[in-house]
Design a protein around this ligand. Sequence first.
Ligand code: GLC
Length: 478
Amino acid sequence: MKKNILFVASECSPFIKTGGLADVVGSLPQALKKNGKGDIRVCLPLYQDIPKTWRNQMEVVTTLDVEVGWRTHQATFYQLSYKGLTYYFVANDYYFSRNGIYGYEDDGERFLFFSQAVIEALFLIDFKPDILHAHDWQAGLAVALAKIYQPVQDMKTIFTIHNLKYQGIMQKDAFEDLFNIPPDHIAGLEWHGLLNSLKAALFHADKITTVSPTYADEIKTPYYGEGLHPFLSERSDDLVGILNGLDMEAYNPKTDPNLFTNYSYSRKKKQENKLQLQEQFGLTIDQDIPLYVIVTRLVEQKGLHLIQAILDEFLQENVQFILLGTGDYEFEHFFYHAAERHSEKMAAYLSFDEALARQLYAASDFFLMPSLFEPCGLAQLIALQYKSVPVVRETGGLKDTVTPFDEYNDTGNGFSFTNYNAHDLLNVLRYSLSIYNDKNKWTTLFKNIKKSNFSWKDSAKAYDSLYSSLLTSEMQHA
Ligand code: GLC
């Protein structure tokens, strides 16, 4: 069945990216296109930070007045074609000509404007989606407004949760200040007396998805539910977890131009990357010392408190550790000083650098990801592609992609621990080290890793079936 799908999101690679959301919104439509069954388009805000090279290729589609409560703001819709798909960009200088893409006091209002503009544009433009597929809270109100205003007859909606922690919450007076919706719609947008953009989407979406099966289960519990678990449990029949894939062309150690030495399966060639980085970071140059790395945003979600608690102890072993990332001051400060204390064994590069990130995936023997929660996680998939063994906490997508190595049955592609406990992490790190030091077992593990494959193919198929099931059930009802 041929379908028109409109993705609505706040970031999309290669145009603008702060995290994994951009990778998914960048890759999934392209993967769906390969299945060849639809016209998939993507809509995002035109931020000031979107580079000129893209802007120069854009054409105006339409200009419209958008009502945000008592205000009227103009939105200009641009489009460009990239790798065979159409991308729309919503421009408004007041809301989007700013540095960076998030972090403003009026973010709620900015993305309400974006959502309202998308819905109003659907009355005007000649693309009529069968399904509006929105991602994360920034596009949540587009789902709600689609149901309230119905710009396209029978259009269905899907909302994908990439991270439940961020919900786009505004004070209740925002209802009067920012919306013109009839009062009986307010209850759907509200949660505990506040306006909640994400809950608004959960309430209105025909289907809710999230980015791994385990996270889909976890978010129905208080520990992971971020206060929305009762509501997610209520909607559990319409909630499904579909694992994200990895763009295998974009992340390929055989062709990656950032690496010192390209490789596919050769351990020897992979190790040349390690020797280079050891030299670059002033660590002891020795290919036999196992190199553990972490590439991450420095935020609590990523389990950094656990690493903090055991780092000095772990670095007493014959190991090396490199951290790349930027984020909360607390962590930057800690890792900066830890690297000073252990300068022969550890380095911390407190910034974000895509080329260095890829060099680290290639150079490392182990990749750490002890997250507190992890809806899917992309880094462990990249690590597997670059034959770096993931050491993870069993949560969300980490649990669904990393199977603990079983030295008796020769199965598994990584190491994992269950409880959010620093010494459980230390134990599993020590165990990983013992496997590294056992040549036969390490060879087996390395072989297993080669078999891990997380491309978009299966995920795109799963989304495609979900789209079909929504549209078929509609036809049956008609
Ligand atoms: C968010 C999640 C991450 C997931 C990504 C893409 O960044 O924290 O786990 O991989 O979205 O879905």
